[in-house]
Write a protein that binds this ligand. Sequence first.
Ligand SMILES: [Zn+2]
Length: 297
Amino acid sequence: MKKLKHLTLCAALLASFAGVTPAQAQKEQVVQDGIAVKPLSRVRVLVPEEQMNEAAAQQYREMLSQAQQKGALVPATDPQTKRVRGVAQRIIPYAPRWNANAKKWNWEVNLFDSPQVNAFCMPGGRIGVFTGIVNQLKLTDDEMAAIIGHEVAHALREHGRERTAKSGITSMVARGAGALGAAIFGIDPNITNTVTGMIGQGVVLKFSRDEEREADLVGLDIAARAGYDPRAGIALWRKMAMLNKGAPPEFLSTHPGGETRIRDMEEHMNVLLPLYARSKNVPVNRLPPYRTNVAIR
Ligand SMILES: [Zn+2]
């Protein structure tokens, strides 16, 4: 697994981003209740959104067709697919408040039959969930919402686009989606390898710890608004840690730092629980405790 050498952006380019007018700055500033975030990275605009989304669409199509050929695409009629789609469909309406462009995205949700403990959301709203994460973690709907929210948050906060811009592979985007590989989307290549046998381009961009933290919190914010208990995020990561006592699952290799993340989520429950309570139309102190479906040590 080759890692792309991170290129330093030239000073002139950075300087051009410094010259932002107040009107532009205001436009980018979205007032939020719930989890607070910084404005989206300006560097990301080096990669045109359309190209990014087109590249993702092509990659997703290829992944679907390869999975289908191998019988690894769980059919739409399967109750598991219906369940994953049901959770995603409740979450998606809350996406545009985090990124107005999400209104125009072509949202798609598919379940891939693979033991990988992982999920993803590509730029432009193309979601993939692996049966491994659903089954091995025995996900409740709230926990599934925490996962889908997390992945959707990466896309809404445009982490993949930012990474692509920062790593100087914009010319590859310009040359066409085929040259890209799934790597620019922050997907662990082992996942797509298992499911589709693709990749091989070797460019691997993992999300940073800060991006993971943001995806956790924004993901739970979205899930809470959609009526899913944000405390499920904590249960989820505890389950993840339990699973990790055996062989480390892929999600942990791409999503590190279990204990810190749990602490971060706990520290933000004062912001997240009111969103959930509001969606349930009850005061916070009337919310029943969150109970997962397995004993958590
Ligand atoms: Zn992540």
